[in-house]
Design a protein around this ligand. Sequence first.
Ligand code: FES
Ligand code: FES
Length: 158
Amino acid sequence: MTARAIKLTVNGTAYERTVEPRLLLADFLRGTLGLTGTHVGCEHGVCGACTVLVDGDSMRSCLLFALQLDGASIETVESLGTLNNLNPLQEAFREHHALQCGFCTPGMLMTATDLLRKYPLATDEQIREGLSGNLCRCTGYENIVKAVRAAVTARNAP
Ligand code: FES
Ligand code: FES
């Protein structure tokens, strides 16, 4: 196969690029678009560090080819907030010390964003289940669950 043109939206901005068939979405985001917030850890679908939202669903960007995203709308961690204006979920991670090295954090944040939009997350077990596809080598997960719990509380506030 030869390179092909794709059109897609990333964080609300429309892009048109020509990509090689073997180019992974993770490498497209990081290398082609310069959106290096998305991290690449295991490169085979295990760690969740590369998680982004594709048409509203969390997916592993290391397991998708950029070509497959023709016409799709993608959200990456860069869509959430900025250093000086964290969104409520990022603020909860900061407040509850839910990161140490930070390598897993973009994937955790995007998975949690998906969970917060779709599910009640009434119990910590549901939060743990929802985050079970994202690995963290540092925190022991306790503070990540606390942070997502705080974000659920903020979401549910009248
Ligand atoms: S880098 Fe994609 S799941 Fe680990
Ligand atoms: S904070 Fe280091 S891997 Fe999660």
